[in-house]
Design a protein around this ligand. Sequence first.
Ligand SMILES: [Zn+2]
Length: 86
Amino acid sequence: MIKTKTIQIAQEVVDDIICNICEKSLLSACDNYEGLSTKFCGGYGSKIGDMTTLDVSICEQCLLDHIIPMMKISPYVIDNEDEELQ
Ligand SMILES: [Zn+2]
């Protein structure tokens, strides 16, 4: 016979994602996170520090206002609304 009991397990979940530039949430009115979240991992001798990881999130508005204008090559744009589901 197997006896069971109910236990609570603490789990870390995403509560919000905040833009590193403007400190606003990336959460949209549709409950989607819209923006860019990425990690930069530096190896040995990296300019950001040996074996250092930077965790960065940028909202859509800051992407449009600050990041894209700095780009020498414009980002490739994919319009997903034109794609049909198969
Ligand atoms: Zn922002």
